[in-house]
Design a protein around this ligand. Sequence first.
Ligand code: TYD
Length: 132
Amino acid sequence: MNYELINTNICGDDRGHLIVFEKNMNCPFDVKRIFYIYGTNGKVARGCHANRNSEFLLISINGNCKVKIDDGKTQKIVELSNPHTALYLDKMLWKEMYDFSADCILLVIASTNYDEREYIRDYEEFLKEVNG
Ligand code: TYD
């Protein structure tokens, strides 16, 4: 399954902390878009889709949440609970983000501009496309 937890250096000094994600250092793609999710109801799941073309880095820069990753064959659950760990997700992975703490801010860095046509929002359709 093509995902990876990337633990990155904290550039810290007595002023505080600074975290960098940069192409070819700890980010494997050209960055085209960022968005962030916050104020999420802890009982809901977000995402619940796969992307045909987009790669992502997900970073919980405050609070914590869980991510279920599914490649059509196996599933994996990852917890994001600090600002220096990014979850890399390749194309064509079904993902669901859930169990958001009230203070969670989930930063998402994407390799593409937003295009609703590259989303697969139906799980059966995802299984069909990914398993051929
Ligand atoms: P949605 O895909 O449901 O968010 P998530 O998958 O994270 O739960 O998107 C919510 C709304 O935001 C929807 O109206 C589309 C819009 N949106 C954009 O306009 N641009 C974006 O880059 C994203 C991720 C969403």
